[in-house]
Design a protein around this ligand. Structure first.
Ligand SMILES: [Cu+2]
Length: 489
């Protein structure tokens, strides 16, 4: 596919952005984008009212200017970064997903461990503790594009998610999860921030902090401004394309001296391992990891690891001295600049106490564990035909592990390859026992599994029966087999 770009479509872009944000409708004209170094923009947002957020989300091509580069990429509602969905714990999220991508054959079945059916899609609420059954977070649905379909096929689906009143409040995200097109669709931009508010947000010092959503993405854009070749995605080593925040290159985040902001970071890349730092004397405090509030907030020293799928809720305090401070992503290089203005100081207090506790995040002692497992993440096949495996086998829709409801399991997960494989499980978070380049005791839903290393974690299969998956969140690996289904009975 090639993209015809001209001055007129560029000029129409701003209007289209506003229209798409307001209506949720697709956008066919080219959106104009901010230049490198411009002030950070926020994705459009919709929030719940009276306990309900009902919204349409359309999977559609968006044509926009990506930091000076005209592109045509799959996304939601034609936006480079999907709308932020904001709900409160206890709310219902009714999300009607429409597949408006162009017709193609072949997405009707589950299975196949090579990239395929790039216009077939579905939806996953990443990290959210909700039912894995229809119409909730069931990720084995196939929404095929409209056209000459097989009988019984669907192109849209009304998801309805009941988010518990005691759900940990923090930053989550929603993204495409059809096995075969996950990496290409998420890399292209089929992902958005999902905020669940709760008691943490009622703490005065946290409520007073201006919020910034930071969606980190590394879209696979070829020379013609498109992302159509899945083979491009599975490239270890340095990133072949830039890493963006909210589809901006090196955005500026302006702060007053002494101001405290709340950043909601999402690593929505398909494969980049971030090591986030902000130059001193900017101060960072970690509130939530993968949406899970820490028992006691933690000042950050050293780099914050954020593997694909991880989120972090941070308080960021500007120094009193005006200046420019780099936000660095580690292997992906500088991501943004904090500019502390030469302006009257705000001197906002930085919260440093305990956060509300959540029953679901109570520490798991050894005595509570009912079962132990050993998992091996590996690979097989010749270099040109690699299949990724868990315990020696690639993903199959037909062979879920059966686990009884209420089981509490300890998993030792071994990486038997020379590539990192971020481990992610749906529905239930886990507590890290050891490994993963994080502090033991942390509750996460995604954790680094470095090459030839081990991570040990404990998790409760609580509250929900049904079928869901765990997988590698280096998403090309998932499409190529590194996923396993679980059936909680
Ligand atoms: Cu992997």
């Amino acid at each position: 596919m090639t993209v015809a770009i001209n001055r007129r479509t560029l000029l129409e872009g701003g209007l289209c952005l506003a229209a798409a944000a307001a209506s949720g409708a697709g956008c066919t004209t080219l959106l104009s984008g901010p230049a490198k170094g411009a002030e950070l923009r926020q994705p459009p947002q919709v929030r719940s009212t009276n306990g309900l957020l009902a919204t349409d989300v359309r999977a559609v091509y968006g044509r926009y200017d990506l930091a000076g580069r005209p592109v045509s990429l799959r996304g939601y509602d034609g936006l480079p970064v999907a709308r932020t969905l904001r709900v409160r714990a206890g709310d219902r999220l009714d999300l009607h997903l429409w597949n408006d991508l162009p017709w193609e054959a072949g997405g009707e079945v589950c299975g196949g461990n090579v990239p395929h059916a790039l216009n077939t899609t579905n939806m996953h609420l990443h990290g959210v503790h909700v039912s894995p059954n229809e119409p909730s977070d069931y990720i084995l649905l196939n929404l095929v594009p409209k056209g000459p379909q097989k009988a019984g096929s669907i192109s849209d689906y009304a998801y309805s998610y009941a988010i518990g009143a005691d759900h940990p409040p923090g930053t989550y995200f929603y993204h495409a999860h059809y096995h075969g097109s996950v990496a290409l669709q998420v890399s292209s931009g089929m992902a958005g921030c999902l905020i669940i508010e709760g008691a943490v947000d009622d703490i005065p010092e946290i409520r007073a902090a201006a919020e910034r959503v930071l969606m980190v993405q590394s879209p696979c854009v070829g020379p013609d401004g498109t992302c159509e070749d899945p083979a491009l995605l599975n490239q270890p080593g340095p990133t072949p394309w830039p890493t963006y925040i909210n589809a901006q290159l090196m955005p500026t985040i302006t702060m007053a001296p002494g101001e405290v902001q709340r950043w909601r970071l999402v690593n929505a890349t398909h494969d980049r391992l971030l090591r986030l730092t902000v130059a001193e004397p900017v101060t960072l405090v970690l509130l939530c990891a993968d949406g899970n509030p820490l028992p006691m907030v933690r000042p950050l020293t050293g780099a914050l690891p954020l593997v694909p799928g991880n989120r972090a809720d941070l308080l960021v305090k500007a120094p009193r001295r005006p200046g420019r401070y780099v936000v660095d992503g580690g292997t992906v290089g500088p991501l943004a600049t904090v500019v502390v203005e030469d302006a009257p100081a705000k001197d906002m207090p930085l919260f440093s106490g305990a956060l509300p506790a959540y029953r679901h995040l109570a520490p798991i002692g050894e005595a509570e564990v009912t079962m132990g497992r050993r998992l091996e993440f590996g690979m097989t096949g010749a270099p040109q035909h690699v299949t990724y495996t868990i315990n020696g086998v690639p993903f199959s829709c037909d062979t879920p592990w059966e686990i009884p409801l209420g089981a509490v399991e300890e998993w030792e997960i071994y990486n038997q390859t020379n590539d990192p494989h971020p481990f992610h499980i749906h529905v239930n978070p886990f507590q890290v026992v050891s490994g993963g380049n994080v502090d033991p005791g942390l509750w996460l839903d995604t954790v680094e599994l470095p090459p030839n290393k081990r991570v040990t974690l404990r998790t409760r299969f609580a509250n929900f029966t049904g079928t869901f998956v765990f997988h590698c969140h280096t998403l090309p690996h998932e499409d190529m087999g590194m996923m396993q289904a679980i059936k909680v009975t």
